[in-house]
Design a protein around this ligand. Sequence first.
Ligand SMILES: Nc1ncnc2c1ncn2[C@@H]1O[C@H](COP(=O)(O)OP(=O)(O)OP(=O)(O)O)[C@@H](O)[C@H]1O
Length: 238
Amino acid sequence: MTSVIHAEGLGKRYGRHPALEDCSIDIPAGRVAGLVGPNGAGKSTLLGLTCGLIAPTSGSIEVLGKRPGSQLPRVGFVAQDAPVYRTLSVADHLRLGARLNRSWDAQLAQNRIRKLGLDPDQKAGRLSGGQRAQLALTIAAAKRAELIILDEPVAALDPLARHTFLLDLSELVAEVDVSVVLSSHLLGDLEQVCDHLIVLVDGRVRLAGDVDDLLAAHHETSLEKLVLDYLMRAEVRS
Ligand SMILES: Nc1ncnc2c1ncn2[C@@H]1O[C@H](COP(=O)(O)OP(=O)(O)OP(=O)(O)O)[C@@H](O)[C@H]1O
């Protein structure tokens, strides 16, 4: 089975402060992997290492079998708050995407914009938070990335917009052959879409694996309950 992300003993320190420690994970291709953990757990740090935006201080990480950052055309990254060019229109974003990406799928982009009901002439700065997230996801999808990484894509959205975004993400994954890693501090959100889970607390991986395997191994039916029980037991032991 091929891995989209494989890390061994991965660590990152900012000065003396360890943001990530001894992180070993293996995310198989084809999964929607949820990276969950409280504020400051190290989620953005792990995603930054995955995209090659920052370098590890220990251990190793491979993305799509190669060094992070060497695979940019194959990886779509949507940073926190779904950054877009505020003065450019939705259509401008698609034109820019087409110019910057050799494998750009114009049909996929057009279809998504139509289905989402986005006005191509609308300036991105005037889109709602949910619409901006949808536009950013559309760009990552249309470049036909093999791996899409979303850093807290729904954190700033209201519950309905969160639900709509995650539903759309599920539909996209069913339509296109893509692996996804998304982070959130809300487990309930991830339960809606993820079939693989990584729980980070205080910079360490506490739980990782395919959701069905985790539930079976712990005789649980609810992911949220499994993780909360696990974290509470870990807290008592420490
Ligand atoms: N550039 C930086 N310089 C110094 N410390 C940093 C830097 N970036 C992150 N940290 C620290 O590393 C730890 C992990 O931060 P990180 O942003 O990876 O966590 P997170 O799980 O993404 O948090 P959040 O959910 O709040 O976004 C935190 O203690 C944070 O303060």
